[in-house]
Design a protein around this ligand. Structure first.
Ligand code: SAM
Length: 256
């Protein structure tokens, strides 16, 4: 999969691209990430790409000409035009299901804003997929682009050591619930024991316990993720009128 990142600050990506999973994925040829400096498409001798907003007010606005020129030139650099994504707090929210949708694309072109954001005509002309990573304001789209790349590459076959780990992850396809708790050595730490079922070797019992824990956690922490009517962990259909857990059990302190 190919990512093209359009930014005023390409060097922000250097450290991130050179480390850990992403570095390995690039080395293995599973992922390509190309960064492009938007200023290279400036029509100004000082490489300026922003100007004061018409109508007055604080801040600077990214100009339409260099952005459109940059997007069009970068699009032509590969056979597949790819999907153009604009990082913006005003876009639809990036969720795991949107990440899964993006991971199906052969190529993503990520447009990172700065200052007050883009001249509206960039959006009108290019009609990008406008995506937000949450309801807060960042200084620029670069960190949002990194979040997106990080989430998407996990889903590319071969990037994770074990494909199952992205299937079990919280919010992931299938049930979209939070993941169950994990334990590793030592078996006991300061009196806190590993649940015996995990040491039992009984794979069916382990799978059942994990499903239950996943459901309980979701109900305790993120009840909004539960569908109105769903197969509960114990296999019975839960009804919003008769929740699987009593209120008391939801209020108990977390065991993890
Ligand atoms: N004035 C804009 C507004 O109120 O909608 C915010 C501009 S913000 C300071 C500068 C850039 O950061 C944006 O153009 C966008 O690329 C990026 N950005 C900020 N918050 C973001 C978010 N929550 N998700 C994605 N990108 C974001």
């Amino acid at each position: 999969m190919r990512f093209d990142v359009l930014t005023l600050f390409p060097r922000i990506f250097d450290g991130y691209l050179g480390e850990s999973l992403l570095h390995k994925a690039i080395e293995a040829g599973l992922v390509q990430v190309h960064t492009h400096d938007i200023r290279d498409w400036s029509r100004d001798k000082h490489r300026k790409v922003d100007d004061r907003p018409f109508g007055g007010g604080p801040g600077m606005v990214l100009q339409v000409e260099p952005i459109v020129d940059c997007v069009e030139a970068v699009s032509r650099q590969a056979e597949t035009a790819g999907r153009l994504v604009m990082l913006t707090p005003q876009g639809r929210r990036l969720t795991q299901s949107v990440v899964e949708e993006l991971a199906e694309e052969p190529r993503l072109i990520l447009l990172c804003g700065r200052y007050e954001g883009f001249d509206q005509r960039v959006i009108d002309l290019l009609q990008p997929d406008e995506l937000s990573i949450g309801d807060y304001i960042l200084n620029g789209g670069e960190t949002a682009a990194m979040v997106m790349i990080d989430a998407v590459v996990r889903l590319i076959p071969g990037v994770l050591g074990d494909e199952q780990s992205s299937v079990d992850d919280s919010f992931s396809h299938g049930d979209r619930l939070l993941e169950f708790p994990h334990y590793t050595r030592p078996r006991v730490f300061r009196g806190l024991e590993t649940p015996p079922v995990l040491l039992s070797g009984d794979h069916q019992a382990i799978a059942r316990w994990r499903r239950e824990q996943s459901y309980l956690r979701t109900e305790q922490r993120r009840a909004d993720l539960l569908p109105d009517s769903t197969e509960s962990a114990t296999g019975t259909t839960s009804d919003p009128q008769t929740p699987t857990l009593s209120k008391d059990s939801r209020d108990e302190p977390r065991a993890d």
